[in-house]
Write a protein that binds this ligand. Sequence first.
Ligand SMILES: [Zn+2]
Length: 274
Amino acid sequence: MVKYVKYMIFSSIVLTTILGSASFVYESAVINETRDFDAVNFRMVDFSDEDLSLFCDIAFTDDEVRIRKWRKDIRVEIKNIEELDSRSVEEVDSVIAILAPLIAPLKIERVRRDGNLHVYRRVEKVNPSKPEPFCLNGLARINKVKPYSWDITYASIYDGCEASSQTLMHEFEHALGLNHPIKLYSYYVTIGRSVIPQYLRSQKEIIAFRSQPFYLSDQEKSVIKMLYSDEIKSGMHIETFARKMGFTDEDRKRMIPDINKKPRIIVYPSPDDY
Ligand SMILES: [Zn+2]
């Protein structure tokens, strides 16, 4: 009997050690994967210094300052399609058409069922579970980080009955893994929290913005292409990115925003405000 107990204890120690080592090896492999980044290849994606600066600001999520992105094709399902007029449905298709070439070869398409990106349009309250401190026009949620995975596998988007098509575009950008910028920019940023006129400095920019119901600045288009380039791995930390890109102290100051700085104004973009 004693021999049997000894044998059991010995076996469980061996098993625990094996499992522990296996999970350590797996964890190391996953962490290494997030550090696997070829800056030379990445620089072949066509982007400017301005695009790179915006990328450092909005492509790394605020809690862990890591990349979150989809690795599987995105299937957009409008959950309340029965309640919507055709225009509200076509607007979703328009956003998809604009985003599709930016994330290729990953696909984004609208489906009738089994979607992994759920859209609720023209809802009365975008977040009924929480009292709203201010009028929310839209809301987007992505799945939480899982152990060893920063992939986005599920997202949901809500837009309010008063929201403009620009809000829908803004929420789709969140669903792709982008965050509100911390810094202020001299051009209009759809993923920005604010529409204060300082973003639009020239008449030309105002005209460009107004002529497109689904406006995305060229810089944001570049950022989405950069995020969805093969070189950028889900889970990559901004420090890994900065180091491998060979950022100098000066580059870091210019490119990497201070995440402790709270953005000042929280208003969703709406072209009607102009
Ligand atoms: Zn937002």
